[in-house]
Design a protein. Structure first.
Length: 681
């Protein structure tokens, strides 16, 4: 028997999924260990081995590959705990990080304090050199200026250096010379070149992304190399693959080199899983709704594919790399509820996290959370949490809500119900931000609920938004980890080539794409010997616009005489799709060429169906509070049979998640025992 294992580290729990060669899925959850994510990772491997009845060395010896989603880069940015970074840039341009295109994160907030850049001004140095926009060298690299800057970096104790010279995306000669000088003078330092990290036009985006890469790269390197060592010592000999923000995976070396590309590593697996489920369920338009202990991640699958963005901001830092278009809210099971002025209630974004956690966990938590409210309302079984390994303290949670209720002038049950209403409203607004505010009608979408806490909210959210179909997989609580097993090896490359479609040198465009494809294939072939494909895109805009849209080149033959005319028509069709108009009399501008090099991994083995089972009877009933107490039948999720119908009010429980069906909801088990829910009005 062979296995593929995925490990997803969240703010509260670390999720692990193993799929064997027969398609059987086994999953476990263990508490995350924020002080060192590798501890929770290895604890999870031990729990997984125990669940499978194997010793850890035996499990890892039979494991072909381990895929990993992490939050190391995310936490470093959010907590401002990255490396001490110095920036070398063209003389006269060291303040780009503070100027930020002249914009604030909230431009209409006059009292918004200025955010200190991750590279403070005294660690930013201008170097005398200049390359023009066409790639010509105007001022050669001045070694005296460079040596003085490097000496200052050493004196300041800098451990990581970002190098971002003007127009290096057209000619990286000076950055390469600087790299040689830095390696000679500071051999222990981590070095990030903008021509490696993001060789594209737009200075602020390029400098910011390179600075972020330098800020998180040493932490990523230390964590992943240490984790690889632990896995080797435990008996694993296969590859450790890291999921990137764009939803693909790559080896550890690539994650260290392009560390900024892992900032959304954690939630990316969930969207990869959402795309697979959209295909399996025949639902091409699907909103993915992932609720964990700390946050909620929301995105879309449209026409069977995910949506990528190159305009991401994390902790107010611009990261202009292709990444899945995910909106994150500070609302999850651990979100803390508190009264505010005027007798109002607020929930989140502060979370109780893994430690101490909600009050009902009995680990020292003192602030009521969404999970505590779920226990008080009867949605969670205090005696059967985490498969019975933990008991929840409902009395302590109830006492906390009695205190909260006093401040709100309501009783404990009304306070707990109010917490659910507030957090549901916040989550609904998050879905509207992804859909309605972008001109998309959410009512034509299905809603995929996953993460440990989504099942308690998902049908009510669908009702609030006018959606009629909800899907909750059996692997809902670990879908981000499961989704990693459905993805592909992927390298993303970008190169700027600015010009109007009808005036561009067609041969230059051909040569650029051909070179990028060849480079991508050569890089991937160093660590992958399977089938390799290349997918080409172009970032394009009309001349007056300040933003680009991505256009698939598909099967456009760039050597054909009408290649640029065909590309123009593709751009117009894409512009029409996004904005309901195009301007056929205007020539679009090609800004960036993009190539995704993809290595096709083996398909996930088909999970056995549950079509031969008898419908499972409810294991009992429990009173739940829905404005008043009502009895709800309780079913065991793992025992559902294909075609089994469950009418709300009802609860469907497993070790790691609970699904609430409200009155009028009708859930039908699929061939794999998942819930396909028709939402009542």
């Amino acid at each position: 028997m062979s296995y593929r294992i995925a490990v997803d580290v969240g703010g509260t729990f670390t999720d692990l999924v193993a799929v064997d060669s027969a398609g059987r899925v086994t999953f476990v959850k263990v508490p995350s260990t924020p002080e060192d994510q590798a501890i929770g990772f290895m604890d999870g491997i031990a729990r997984l081995a125990e669940t499978l009845g194997l010793a850890v060395p035996d499990l890892l010896a039979d494991t072909d590959q381990v895929l990993h989603g992490m939050t190391v880069a995310t936490n470093a940015l959010l907590e401002r705990k990255g490396a001490k970074v110095g920036l070398l840039t063209t003389e006269g341009h060291r303040d780009v990080l503070e100027m930020r295109e002249g914009l604030k994160p909230d431009r209409y907030n006059l009292r918004l304090p200025r955010q200190e850049p991750i590279v403070p001004r005294h660690l930013r140095f201008g170097v005398r050199e200049r390359i023009r926009a066409d790639g010509r060298v105007e001022t050669p690299l001045d070694r005296a200026s460079l040596d003085a800057a490097i000496a200052a970096l050493k004196a300041e104790g800098v451990t990581s250096v970002a190098v971002a010279y003007l127009h290096s995306y057209r000619n990286d000669r000076h950055e390469r010379e600087t790299l040689e000088a830095l390696q000679a003078a500071m051999p222990e330092a981590s070095i990030s070149l903008s021509s490696d990290v993001l060789p594209q036009i737009k200075e602020f985006e390029r400098v910011s992304t390179t600075a972020v890469n330098a800020y998180v790269a040493p932490l990523i390197k230390g964590y992943l190399e240490g984790l690889e060592g632990r896995l080797r010592d435990a008996g694993f000999t296969g590859p450790l693959l890291i999921i990137f923000s764009h939803g693909g995976v790559a080896p550890v070396g690539e994650a260290v080199r392009i560390a900024a590309g892992t900032v959304l590593s954690g939630p990316a697996g969930g969207l990869a899983g959402g795309r697979r489920i959209a295909e399996m369920m025949g639902i091409p338009d699907l909103i993915t709704f992932d609720v964990g202990g700390t946050s909620t991640d929301i995105s879309m699958v449209m026409n069977g594919d995910v949506v990528l963005s190159s305009n991401r901001t994390m902790a107010n830092e611009r990261i202009a790399m292709p990444s899945l278009d995910i909106v994150t809210l500070g609302a999850g099971g651990g979100s803390i509820a508190r009264p505010v002025a005027g007798g109002l209630l607020t929930v989140g974004p502060e979370s109780a996290g893994a430690r101490p956690g909600p009050i009902c966990y009995g680990r020292g938590g003192t602030s009521p959370t969404v999970t505590d409210a779920s226990v008080v309302l009867g949605f969670l079984d205090p005696d059967n949490f985490a498969g019975g390994r933990s008991r929840l303290d409902r009395d302590a949670a109830l006492a906390a809500f009695a205190t909260l209720g006093e401040a709100l002038k309501v009783d404990a049950l009304q306070a707990a119900e109010g917490v659910h209403r507030v957090v549901n409203t916040q989550m609904a607004e998050g879905i509207r931000a992804v859909t309605v505010r972008r001109g998309v009608d959410p009512r034509r979408f299905g809603l995929l609920g996953f993460g440990g806490a989504a099942g308690l909210h998902v049908t009510e959210l669908a009702r609030m938004l006018g959606l009629r179909r909800v899907v909750v997989p059996r692997v809902a609580s670990v879908l981000s980890a499961w989704g990693m097993l459905t993805t592909e090896l992927r390298l993303e490359a970008v190169q700027s080539l600015l010009g109007e479609a009808d005036t561009l040198d067609v041969e230059a465009v051909q040569a650029l794409y051909a070179g990028m494809v060849a480079d991508g294939r050569a890089r991937m072939a160093q660590w992958f010997d399977g089938e390799i494909a290349a997918r080409r895109k172009a970032d394009m805009r009309y001349g007056e616009q300040v933003f680009e849209i991505d256009v698939e080149l598909g099967d456009i033959d760039l050597q054909a005489p009408d290649a640029m005319a065909t590309l123009k028509r593709s751009f117009e069709a894409r512009h029409e799709e996004l904005y309901a108009y195009n301007l056929p009399d205007q020539q679009p501008v090609l800004v960036n060429a993009r190539v995704a090099t993809v290595g096709v991994l083996p398909d996930l083995p088909q999970e056995p169906t549950v079509e031969d089972r008898e419908p499972a009877a409810p294991k009992g009933a429990r009173d739940i509070y829905l404005g008043g107490w009502t009895a709800a039948e309780v079913y065991e999720f793992p025992l559902l049979a294909a075609g089994q119908v469950i009418e709300g009010p009802a609860l469907v429980e497993s070790e790691t998640t609970t699904v609430l069906l409200r009155p009028g909801d009708r859930g039908t088990a699929t061939a794999h025992g998942w819930l396909d829910i028709a939402v009542g009005s």
